[in-house]
Design a binder for this molecule. Structure first.
Ligand code: G3D
Ligand code: MG
Length: 276
């Protein structure tokens, strides 16, 4: 009798522009597009994989969380990281800063919120790398330092994309049943973040929380962000105010008038700097 597939939540993390959304697209629908569409909030997709050996095959359904990498959206990012069983840490192999950001920001965030979960490094945009030997060497350093696999990928050509998700699935399979090592860790100080980005992040996270989770809440947030004309990279006070009003209207269909009112008030206070 076929066994139930194993389900795993995995998250892709890394700075904005490194190719996370392109990797998910390539892996899930085998397509690539040159348009850069900033990921708003979080998008959840699914694909199943066959892992293990031919004699002991295991089907794993990966629930893949693609989250916006923009600095300052820590609430949205933390929600995605919590409860993840594996992480694909993505950097742009032609951009040193994006690679350093993994060690300075993303790895500490994962360890703090989810512990030492199975991890795979993806050095993406390998099609643009002028010196493959050097790129491999750096990746090797990361894999040795953190004891996890690392793969040079190209979402554009499709090279090794499948392999990197499979490696992550295998890591999760191997770790299944082992307790996750929790580490008390302090995140290094980060650059100050634009206050309006912090407020937008807080509102997005708060709305999803009150809607019972990201999967229900985030599609609504995305739509309302669009209608409010709010650019997640540079939100304005006016756009945030419009967003707050729009979310209150949506909430009327789900919540009692008092909760709608208090949610709206709280968010306006964040915007007006009373508690942000
Ligand atoms: P993100 O989700 O991490 O923010 P995206 O990144 O997937 O949106 O990709 C950001 C940009 O990098 C996009 O191009 C995308 O086409 C490009 N890109 C992603 N993966 C690769 C790759 O493997 N090779 C190359 N050459 N480009 C890639 P633009 O030009 O629109 O910014
Ligand atoms: Mg993206």
């Amino acid at each position: 009798m076929p066994r139930e597939p194993m389900k795993s939540k995995v998250v892709l993390l890394g700075d904005g522009g490194v190719g996370k959304t392109s990797l998910v697209r390539r892996f899930v629908v085998d397509q690539y597009s040159d348009d850069y569409i900033t990921t708003v909030g979080t998008k959840v997709s699914k694909r199943s994989l066959n892992l293990g050996s031919p004699l002991a095959e295991v089907e794993m359904v990966l629930q893949i969380w693609d989250v916006l990498g923009q600095k300052g959206y820590s609430g949205v990012q933390e929600t995605a990281i919590k409860g993840a069983q594996g992480v694909l840490l993505v950097y742009d192999a032609t951009n040193d800063e994006s690679r350093r950001a993994l060690e300075d920001y993303w790895i500490p965030a994962v360890w703090r919120l989810a512990g030492r979960i199975p991890t795979v490094f993806a050095g993406n945009k390998s099609d643009l790398v002028p010196d493959r030997v050097w790129a491999e060497e750096y990746l090797y350093f990361l894999t040795q330092k953190y004891s996890c696999p690392g793969i040079l990928t190209s979402a554009k050509t499709g090279d090794r994309v499948e392999m990197s998700f499979k490696a992550l699935g295998e890591q999760i399979l191997q770790a299944a049943g082992h307790p996750i090592r929790r580490i008390a860790l302090v995140t290094p100080p980060q650059e100050p973040v634009d206050r309006l980005i912090r407020v937008t992040d807080k509102i997005m996270t708060d709305f999803c929380y009150h809607m019972g989770g990201v999967e229900t809440g985030m599609p609504i947030v995305k739509r309302q962000l669009g209608l409010a004309g709010l650019d997640v990279r540079a939100p304005t006070t006016d756009a945030i105010r419009t967003l707050i009003e729009r979310l209150a209207v949506v909430e009327q269909d789900f919540k009692g008038p008092e909760e709608v009112l208090s949610n709206r008030e709280r968010r306006l206070e964040w915007l007006d700097g009373i508690d942000a």
